[in-house]
Write a protein that binds this ligand. Structure first.
Ligand code: NAD
Ligand code: ZN
Length: 361
């Protein structure tokens, strides 16, 4: 595609490198308005025990919230955390810092927005519905692949749909990428979330919205994923660095291009079965050999190299109603189908085909 006009926002500040997390106090200093003001830290509950807790640069008035991500972020929880913060002090926080995987980063982004936008976050699921920029947002990944640290969306499960609050204001203002933080992630989860990144690149590179700018990010992201998941004798510390950057570049690529068939199906799986995003993507991508033949072949090689076995039969036993809802959720993601197959996508993509694909998962 020849690139047509769009005016994108970017992350304003970007810190990268081992040990960067220990500079967080210094990074936040210019955002602190005075001794009476405060910063909110939202941290994945998994770090409640362990060394990271002591390294969070908490000031006296700061608020620390341990976030459970057993379930992917919901509009209900965003509203509850927002209310908790608003009742904590008379003023707004100077910044909201999210430390965790895509789930916690998305919570941080959504809560920072909802502190200054009235009503429920469910009312803002969609494009450009947010009116106020919200509070300064800081994203610090402890798991790499989603690209949430650099995306203009925060994906939420709402009462009616799984959909992002997508707009310029959702973009983080500051990102801190410290590869040490992803070191302890469980092996399988690291793979699933890493594959989210691989699939972002694959989908961006194969759709009709691709362009030289998004390709540049996707190609490098893909190359780094290959080194991490197919490389021989890769130094694990170097692999972590590469995966962090691959995730960031993958997120950039999605912004300037779009995700495709796998993500549309994955959203359907997550909405009905509450399957985590990375795993849902893997389950869906595994059955998309007709759409992404080279990608799926390579994905199988990565599964084998990493010794990961995917669950099978996840849609077996679903009622017709549940299956219909799954198909409907996927089918409604028109921008993804449009990117994958072009403006005439409805000629190719039938609900019956989507249903068949789900039944094979
Ligand atoms: P996640 O944040 O849901 O975390 C998965 C699991 O890993 C959790 O149990 C978590 O506690 C654990 N974990 C995270 N870091 C760890 C560490 N260092 N050590 C040990 N355990 C750790 O996983 P994810 O794949 O990063 O994020 C998925 C979420 O991101 C979904 O909600 C998805 O919708 C969202 N997402 C957002 C975007 C975006 O652009 N905003 C893009 C893709 C996905
Ligand atoms: Zn994704």
């Amino acid at each position: 595609m020849i690139y047509t006009f769009r005016n994108f926002k970017n992350v304003a500040f970007f810190a990268f490198g081992r040990g960067t997390f220990d500079r967080l106090d210094e990074i936040l200093a210019p955002r602190r308005k005075g001794t009476d003001s405060y910063v909110v830290f939202l941290v994945d509950q998994v770090f409640e025990s362990g060394g990271l807790r002591e390294r969070i640069p908490l000031h006296e008035k700061d608020k620390l919230i341990w976030v459970s991500v057993e379930e992917e972020p919901t509009t209900r929880m965003v509203d509850l955390y927002r209310d908790e913060i608003l009742s904590y002090a008379d003023s707004l926080p100077d910044a909201v810092v999210g430390i965790g995987g895509g789930s916690v980063m998305d919570y941080a982004k959504a809560i920072a927005l909802m502190l200054t936008n009235p009503g429920s976050s469910a009312e803002y699921q969609g494009l450009d519905l947010i009116k106020d920029p919200g509070v300064f947002k800081v994203c610090i990944p402890t798991l790499s692949g989603t690209g949430a640290e650099v995306s203009m969306t925060t994906v939420l499960l709402g009462p009616e749909k799984k959909l992002g609050i997508k707009c310029d204001y959702t973009m983080p203002d500051q990102v801190v990428l410290d590869p040490d933080l992803i070191e302890g992630a469980p092996r399988e989860q690291r793979f699933y979330t890493g594959m989210d990144c691989y699939i972002h690149a694959m989908e961006c590179l194969t759709g009709t919205w691709r362009n030289a700018y998004s390709d540049a990010f996707a190609e490098k992201s893909l190359a780094l994923c290959r080194e991490v998941f197919l490389g021989e004798g890769e130094d694990p510390r170097e692999a972590d660095e590469k995966l962090m950057i691959a995730s960031y570049l993958g997120g950039m690529s999605v912004t300037y291009s779009q995700v495709g068939v796998c993500h549309a199906l994955s959203y359907g799986l997550s909405f009905v079965l509450h399957t985590r995003h990375g795993l849902a993507n893997c389950i869906a991508f595994n059955r998309l050999e007709d759409v992404y033949p080279d990608g799926v072949k390579e994905f199988h090689a990565m599964l084998e190299r990493q010794g990961v076995v995917l669950p099978e039969g996840v849609t077996a036993g679903l009622s017709d109603e549940q299956l219909d809802l799954m198909v409907d959720t996927a089918f409604k993601l028109e921008h993804m189908w449009d990117h994958a197959f072009g403006k005439a996508w409805r000629d190719k993509v039938r609900p019956e085909w989507i249903r068949e694909l789900f039944l094979r998962m």
